[in-house]
Design a protein around this ligand. Structure first.
Ligand SMILES: CC(C)(COP(=O)(O)OP(=O)(O)OC[C@H]1O[C@@H](n2cnc3c(N)ncnc32)[C@H](O)[C@@H]1OP(=O)(O)O)[C@@H](O)C(=O)NCCC(=O)NCCS
Length: 183
């Protein structure tokens, strides 16, 4: 297992699209068909409403830019809700805190963007991810039977999970114009 210190989390760049797509195919979408191929991942990386991060070998600077991609996360931002679309860590690098570090980046970005809640779904039988998200403060909301469909017509249920960051509704304004009666 790579020690956590030797991993750098950074924003994904277009040249990471292929590595991310292969990880999605192998570690998330296996048996379901491959939706997040390199061109779709590329669109997500370029999309202004999507945040994509990768976990790389090496410590910092130029070395990090060349390091192998060992994990990634993609999150789509709405007005008040964000959707954590994909998150995976290479099996050789799991249980080293990398998933947690990428998710913390996402959570911090969501807080800064005024997001009220983060939503995700995962395959109902994915016990490792369920435990991971529970440990990260998410809770289960609903089980959706037959949510995932493979090319061969196989269906699989999805478990929806949620993490609340703040009470929904408009954010209190940080600045108010002075009123006459305040003088
Ligand atoms: C789920 C996943 C991303 C976790 O990544 P990770 O880097 O191994 O997770 P972390 O090391 O940051 O784990 C943080 C905490 O989550 C919990 N956790 C993570 N994996 C767990 C597992 N397999 N079993 C039980 N708890 C687990 C633990 O509490 C862990 O803390 P600890 O190691 O100190 O006990 C990883 O297993 C993975 O890539 N799975 C395949 C892809 C996937 O299912 N993605 C989610 C759906 S999109």
């Amino acid at each position: 297992m790579t020690p956590p210190r030797a991993i750098t989390i950074r924003l994904a760049e277009p040249r990471d699209a292929q590595a991310i797509a292969l990880m999605s195919r192998d570690f998330i979408e296996a048996g379901l068909g491959w939706k997040y191929d390199a061109s779709r991942v590329m669109r997500a990386i370029r999309d202004r409403e999507t945040l994509a991060v990768v976990a790389c070998d090496a410590k910092s600077g130029a070395a990090a830019a060349r390091g192998a991609v060992n994990g990634f996360a993609l999150m789509e931002f709405g007005e008040e809700r964000a959707h954590l679309v994909l998150l995976a860590v290479r099996p050789s690098h799991r249980r080293a805190g990398i998933g947690q570090r990428m998710l913390e980046w996402m959570l911090e970005s969501a807080r800064c963007a005024g997001i009220a809640s983060i939503h995700l779904e995962l395959r109902a039988g994915n016990e490792a991810a369920r435990r991971f998200y529970r440990a990260m403060g998410f809770y289960e909301t609903v089980l959706v039977p037959g949510y995932y469909r493979s090319g061969e017509g196989r269906k699989e249920g999805a478990l929806r999970m949620l993490r609340v960051l703040r009470v929904p509704g408009p954010l209190p304004a940080a600045w108010r114009p002075p009123r006459m009666e305040d003088r």
